[in-house]
Design a protein around this ligand. Sequence first.
Ligand code: ADP
Ligand code: MG
Length: 323
Amino acid sequence: MDLNISGLGKSFGSNVALHPTDLSIRQGKFTTLLGPSGCGKTTLLRLIAGLEQPDTGSIRFGEDILYGAGKEVPPHRRGFGMVFQDFALWPHMTVFENVAFGLRATGRKDGIQGRVMEALDKVKLSGMEQRYPHQLSGGQQQRVAFARAVATRPKLVLFDEPLSALDAVLRDEMRLEMMYLVREMGLTALYVTHDQIEAMSMSDQVIVMQGGRVLQQGSPEEIYNLPKHSFVARFIGKSNWLADGQSMFRPEHIRFEPGSEQEVQSYNTVVTQVSYVGDRYEVRLKTNEAAESWLAHYPERLGEGTELTIYVPQRYIHCLNKN
Ligand code: ADP
Ligand code: MG
């Protein structure tokens, strides 16, 4: 069963947080809402969870109406789990009680002990049932929040920037762990982030948002290789633009030899800046083709002022629709 939203919109006073939006979230898939701060990601997630009331539109899960046609299913009856950025654990409850709380909130009375232990085992926190949140590290707290969200075997798990409170190393570790758990448990995930690396690496589907609107939805490869809007092309990965402002190519498609391909564009450039990033040199190039400088990856250090002819196969030059 898929989650379908139709014409869903929400304003706060005169501030439109979400313009009327249609979306489909596929069962068994990992879908990410990606966009800059303030673009409406949390609002959309909270509308789906039932924590916020829409101004317009409807939400269906399979054949069930969650919101619309005069119907409104309350949050704890929607059958969804939620993981928040600040973990939102109850400080006065033990790990066990925190996870059990989620189960009791759904009205369940039997089999709670077994479900809690099973969820804690999944996140490798067996033996920590009697600890309190303040006795745990940030990563462990996030695991408890995850266990609480999935112990109910939810139809959909909603994640709101769950890793952004963690430091960089732990964030990478937890990213891999959550990805693994979501897939292993066969969960359907809707994951909010402003981090393009998180979105690209974790997801089956990425939904890019800006200013309360969905700009593009697709697989990570589609979003990266075939961006439909300049905002998407600029927000995800690095892009080099031609003077028309509508055509772009990615730095990794630049060649330094003409090669044997039929249709190749060549451009005369001058090196303006070189940064060493460990596995390569990132080189800024000035060209008459564009006002903005271009980025290339080069295997050796080049002097500033070096004249460099670069080659880009035509098939990598992507023309965007005007928007
Ligand atoms: P994101 O999660 O992408 O950062 P949000 O959904 O939190 O974005 O916010 C979208 C817009 O709605 C922002 O302009 C934000 O200030 C506004 N907004 C969100 N929640 C509220 C609220 N409870 N009251 C007033 N404005 C809000
Ligand atoms: Mg947010």
